[in-house]
Each structure stands twice: as structure tokens, then as C-alpha cells.
Design a protein around this ligand. Structure first.
Ligand code: AMP
Ligand code: DBH
Length: 540
């Protein structure tokens, strides 16, 4: 089994190295350097306890040794599905120091998603937790039994027939591997531009570059306390600047089990968190809750909002309600990340999604024929640069669609650029529903709906929602006898899909409207769903 590669053409490689973007630093390597420079500095705060940089560094070495002892070989892939707990970091750095590539599943993912990750990454191991948020992940591990050997499944907490993660953290460090900065460090997940989530190979040097620049742009120092509130396996709280950018700056990470105000506010007060990142629906909840909370949020200096479109009216309420600096973040696990800068005028922070990290990020806005649009016009965003992938992991067919011949990534986003160079995200050209930051690949859900005997045809369309931005409605042409909406929602859950992919609404039609060439017209369907919803609304 060979490790996946990520290759930039030699002239780009030379350019990014000469510019100083890419260095010899690696993810576990820079963490080791911080631990050697300031071993006793706090790295992770959780549930009232603190782990120092030296603690996390030692635990990571032990996990690496334990994985090598369990028979893992460099280049193999291991799926990590952990909530916001300190073991996330020893598992991640430990896997890397064993030469393995972590694949970052989210806690929300279920059997269908996990099977796909194991399969697509040809993963040979799984690190998970016993229980989290009312769900037993050992049950999920059992369901994966066909593809994973139980002796290669590690569980934080009660491990039952699997192996205990504590055993790994107590192992002797041995056979450690020092990766090369040009190698792929891990496989991150995309929201899926079509079909299933794609695996995104990120190298040490491209990712470390984003951490270094993100830490600088967001003003991080050794005094920073970053609150990991969104699931920390996601690219935004991992790297923009997230937990890893905070480690890069030598600061501390505080972990919250959930981003809800009930969970996060007491932790902000306890750990004196200075910065965090949330998705728009959470930001709105935080702004509402701030006026009533007994908790002292005065340590919080920066609230980052990203992952989905943030309506300017909502954005405007953030700073007065929370007495923070609003920073909008528009990024993607494939690479490109944009920030509003901390010293941008309020107008820019409220109305735009910021500008790229790097002067070497190339931005192209094109129309449906891929011709450049006029300045100021909306277009499909294509991008290329020192930390944007040139290909997904082992998926030639998707790669042909997702990248241009000269290596630009087709983001699927509809964007315009203001005169001062800031991006505004207007919507999407690809078939993904962005449900408050959680991305639903419509084709995946449609395929599962179609597998139901009572479904003749199904299309998933986005429906505007004042809180989530968008939610999903399944439009179904039923067979006789027709299933109920409840049955279809339960069906999707039982098929083993993440809960956020269950259609919020189901609508039945006798037939689909079609386009000139006989394809189902998603545009007409969206319009039909909107008409129905507005006619159902109490005020017309
Ligand atoms: P993913 O593929 O899961 O990494 O999701 C990346 C996508 O999330 C982007 O291509 C955008 O469609 C969306 N996104 C991320 N941040 C923002 C933002 N600040 N505003 C609007 N859309 C965003
Ligand atoms: O939504 C995203 O994927 C995202 C948003 C903000 C991201 O990957 C990022 C910043 O790095």
C-alpha cells in the first residue's frame, strides 16, 4: 500500500519555496519544537484540567509507539472519529509520528459515511470514543466489522471487545517516523461537491503555511486561548487558525463539547478564552444569549464566523451584542481560506467574507463557459495557490471535473470581488446544500431515498431558512402505495446517514418538471418548493 501523493508542478513548487511559504516544518515537528521551547506552557484545557505542551508531546510519542507495536506500518491510513477531547491531539500527532495518515471523520458521521471513508482511504484502523452526545460509537465500530479488524480499533473510555486508547497513551515510544514536509500529512474531508465526501490530501508544508499565516492574520500569541467549540476535526476550527494555528503560536486550546451557548459560555469564563470560531446559526444564538447570560465573556476578543453565508443584518449585530471583534472566514478544506482582517473597517467585516491568506492565491471568476466575468460581477470561483490541492485522493473521475487543465480548483461557489479586493459569497453552482455550515451532498441523499421501495424518483433541494440559511426538502415522486414523510426520514436515519442529512421536509409530486432536454429541472423544483412554503406561511 503506497501513501497518497499531492503534486504541484515543479515551477510552482520552486516558486512557493522561494517565497518562503513552504518550509521544512511538519505538523508533529513544529509541535515538538514548541514543547521543547516551553514544556510547561498550557496546551490543552478541558473540564477544568490542563495538559502542558510536554504532556501532549509525550502522549503523542506513546500513541505512535503503541500504534507501531500494534502492527501499523508507515503510509497506512487510520480513521479518527473523536469529539472535542484532549486525546484528539495525541491521536493525531501520534498517528503522524507512527507515519500514518489520519482521516478526520466528524462525530456526526454514521455508518454510511464511515464505510465510505474506510473504503476510499483503504484505512486499516479506527480511533473513536465510547459514547458522545447520546451515541455509542462502539456500535458503529461493530457495524464496520466487515472492513476493520477489531484489534485495530481503539476506543477512548470503555473499550469492550476493542482496544483501549489509554493503552496506547501508556505505550513505550518506539519506531517513530519523522515525516518529510513535502509528504501528505492527513486526509481531510470535503463537504462533497457532488456525490459523496471526497478525501483531501494535505501536505505538511502547505498546511503549516496556512497555520503560520492564519496565526499572524488573527493576531495569535502565546497568550491566546482558542476555544474549540465546533467539532475540532473540521478544517475551520482545526486550521483557520483553529487549534493547530494556536499551537503554532504557542497559545492554549480550550475545548467545549458543543458550540451551544449553554456549553461554551461557562468555559469561556473559566478558561478566559480570547478567540473562537462558529458557524452563522451559532453566532446568531450567541448574540441572543449574551444579553441574558450570567457568565463573564469579557475575555473574548475575536469571534470568527464562517462555514456558510452570514447575512449582513445578522453580522451587524455581533459586535454590539458580544463586545468582540467580528472576523468573517470563508474557507474550504480543499485549501483557499479568506479572512476579513482585524483592522478592516466595520463595513468590510460585516458585508464581505474577506480576502485570501496569500498573495500567491490566484482567484479567477468565470461564467458557465469558463470565460472571465467583468470586474465586480458574480462568477464561479476557481482558485489555485500554495495550499490548495491539485487533486483529490485516488478519484480520477472527480479530479477531471473538479480541476481545470491548468490546475485551478473549481470551488462550486458563486462569488464577486469588491473594489478593495474582498470576496462576497453569493451562493453555489454545485449540488451541495449548506445547512448552517453542515454540507449535504444532494446526490448521496437522493440515492438513499431512491433505494426505498415506495420512491419512484427523488430530488433534494435547498429551502431558505432564516436561522440555518438553508435547509433541505426532499421532493419525491412516490410509487403506489406512497410512503409517508416520517417513513422516509426514518429510512434515511436507519440507512446510517448523519442526522444533518435527514431531509427537513418532504414534498410529494406526481411528476418532476423537466428541462428542455428532458433532465429534471432543479431550478423549477426549487421554485415549486418555495411557492408551497410561502403559501403555507401564516402571513402569506
Ligand atoms: P467544505 O467542502 O466542507 O470544506 O466546505 C467549503 C464550502 O463551505 C465553501 O466552498 C463554501 O461553499 C462554504 N463556505 C465556507 N465558508 C463560507 C462563508 N464564510 N460564507 C459562505 N460560504 C462559506
Ligand atoms: O466551511 C469550511 O470548510 C471552512 C470554513 C472556514 C474551512 O474549511 C475553513 C474556514 O478553513
Amino acid at each position: 500500500m503506497t501513501a497518497p501523493r499531492q503534486v504541484w508542478p515543479p515551477e510552482f513548487e520552486a516558486r512557493y519555496e522561494a517565497a518562503g511559504h513552504w518550509t521544512e516544518e511538519t505538523l508533529p515537528g513544529f509541535f515538538r519544537e514548541r514543547a521543547e521551547a516551553a514544556p510547561e506552557a498550557p496546551a490543552v484545557r478541558f473540564g477544568g484540567g490542563t495538559l502542558s505542551y510536554a504532556d501532549v508531546d509525550r502522549a503523542s510519542d506513546a500513541v505512535a509507539g503503541g500504534l507501531r507495536g500494534a502492527g501499523f506500518r508507515p503510509g497506512e491510513r487510520i480513521v479518527l472519529q473523536l469529539p472535542n477531547i484532549p486525546q484528539f491531539f495525541s491521536a493525531m500527532f501520534g498517528a503522524m509520528r507512527a507515519g500514518l495518515l489520519p482521516v478526520y471523520a466528524l462525530p456526526a458521521h454514521r455508518r454510511q459515511e464511515l464505510e465510505h471513508f474506510v473504503d476510499a482511504a483503504e484505512a486499516t484502523g479506527y480511533i473513536t470514543v465510547d459514547r458522545h452526545a447520546g451515541f455509542d460509537y462502539r456500535g458503529l465500530a461493530r457495524e464496520l466489522g466487515g472492513s476493520l479488524d477489531p484489534s485495530r480499533v481503539f476506543v477512548v473510555g470503555e473499550s469492550d471487545e476493542f482496544r483501549s486508547f489509554a493503552e496506547l497513551e501508556g505505550a513505550t515510544a518506539r519506531d517513530l517516523v519523522e515525516p518529510d514536509a513535502a509528504e501528505v500529512a492527513f486526509l481531510q474531508l470535503s463537504g462533497g461537491s457532488t456525490g459523496l465526501s471526497k478525501l483531501i490530501p494535505r501536505t505538511h508544508r502547505d498546511y503549516v503555511y496556512t497555520l503560520r499565516e492564519s496565526a499572524r492574520i488573527c493576531g495569535l500569541t502565546t497568550k491566546t486561548v482558542y476555544l474549540g467549540a465546533l467539532p475540532i476535526a473540521h478544517n475551520f476550527p482545526m486550521s483557520s487558525p483553529g487549534t493547530l494555528g494556536t499551537f503554532y503560536a504557542g497559545g492554549a486550546v480550550s475545548l467545549s463539547p458543543s458550540p451551544s451557548p449553554d456549553a461554551a459560555f461557562p468555559i469561556i469564563e473559566r478558561d478566559r478564552a480570547t478567540i473562537t470560531g462558529v458557524v452563522p446559526p451559532m453566532a446568531i444564538m450567541w448574540a441572543r444569549a449574551a444579553g441574558k447570560t450570567p457568565h463573564d465573556l469579557s475575555s473574548l476578543e475575536v469571534l470568527q464566523v464562517g462555514g456558510a453565508r452570514f447575512a449582513p443584518e445578522a453580522a451587524r449585530r455581533i459586535e454590539p451584542a458580544l463586545d468582540v471583534h467580528l472576523q468573517q472566514v470563508y474557507g474550504m478544506a480543499e485549501g483557499l481560506v479568506n479572512y476579513t482582517r482585524l483592522d478592516d473597517p466595520l463595513d468590510v467585516r460585516v458585508n464581505t467574507q474577506g480576502r485570501p491568506i496569500s498573495d500567491d492565491d490566484e482567484i479567477r471568476l468565470v461564467d458557465a463557459e469558463e470565460r472571465p466575468v467583468a470586474p465586480g460581477e458574480q462568477g464561479h470561483l476557481l482558485t489555485r495557490g500554495p495550499y490548495t490541492i491539485r487533486a483529490y485522493h485516488a478519484d480520477a473521475e472527480t479530479n477531471r471535473r473538479a480541476f481545470t487543465e491548468d490546475g485551478f480548483y473549481r470551488t462550486g461557489d458563486l462569488v464577486s470581488v469588491t473594489e478593495d479586493g474582498n470576496l462576497i459569497v453569493h451562493g453555489r453552482v454545485s449540488d451541495v446544500i449548506n445547512r448552517g455550515g453542515e454540507k449535504i451532498p444532494v446526490e448521496e441523499v437522493e440515492n438513499h431515498l431512491m433505494a426505498h421501495a415506495g420512491v419512484h424518483d427523488a430530488v433534494l433541494v435547498p429551502v431558505p431558512d432564516p436561522y440555518l440559511g438553508e435547509k433541505s426538502c426532499a421532493v419525491v415522486v412516490p410509487e403506489d402505495p406512497a410512503p409517508t414523510a416520517l417513513e422516509l426520514r426514518r429510512w434515511i436515519r436507519e440507512r446510517g446517514l448523519a442526522a444533518f442529512k435527514i431531509p427537513d421536509d418532504v414534498m410529494f409530486l406526481d411528476a418532476f418538471p423537466s428541462t428542455g432536454v428532458g433532465k429534471v429541472s432543479r431550478r423549477d423544483l426549487r421554485a415549486a418548493v418555495r411557492v408551497r412554503i410561502s403559501s403555507e406561511a401564516p402571513n402569506g
